[in-house]
Ligand binder design. Sequence first.
Ligand code: CU
Length: 105
Amino acid sequence: MVPVNKTIRVQVTAADVIHSFVVQSFGARIDAVPGRLNETWFKPEKEGVYYGQCSKLCGKDHAYMPIAFRVVSEQDYAAWLADAKKKYASNNGKPVAVAAAETEH
Ligand SMILES: [Cu+2]
């Protein structure tokens, strides 16, 4: 979820092998390299849903690396952000899980 007409900064790294973060519609392409933090940016000018993909042959799960951005108005983004802060940034002092952790490879 990102706001329209704002510069979006993306920082990427990898935990296993080299991947490549690509969203063609934004002209964004940057390698995700283990042990290194890479950075790129884009500025979406139209609302909608935009899909990207990994563009390095990174292994057997290469086809299953979803990248999706929902570009919304500034008001919708502010509402989503306020909700996300309540949902994800507070759990009465307990840790918050936003994604299932992989336990083994
Ligand atoms: Cu890949």
